[in-house]
Design a protein around this ligand. Sequence first.
Ligand SMILES: [Zn+2]
Length: 154
Amino acid sequence: MKKNKRKYLKLISLTFLTTIIFPYNLLFSSAKKIINQDLTQEQKKIMFKEGTERPFSSPLNNEKRKGFFHCANCGAKLFSSNTKFDSGTGWPSFSNSLPGAFKTKTDYSHGVERVEYHCAKCGAHHGHVFNDGPEITGKRFCNNGLCLIFKPDN
Ligand SMILES: [Zn+2]
């Protein structure tokens, strides 16, 4: 009888652990990244699998108004329009990001060493930064337009 009770308690605690802790982990790992549930498959592919959009496909290439560019996933403010320039590459390009907006890592995925950058707040991949930008900073942040939301000043 006692043995059965212990068995029963063990079963209860195991059920408790799997139902409480396991779904919590699943929730936690997804919440850590995808914040905007309206992201399209293409946006998710770029932001969470480090994909790249087709060059010249983003309407933001031609965006020339004053304002700020925000992360499409978490809304963090990333770039000022003051640093946007036409690089001719087909991707929205910036000579600098706002302070603390991004974290970087070295990426060897295409057989060359590149510096990948991602949103400091949500971890979403945005693009690569190169050292062939305009004079002031010498940097070129090559950003996927699909990762950005532009909010013009009014
Ligand atoms: Zn973000």
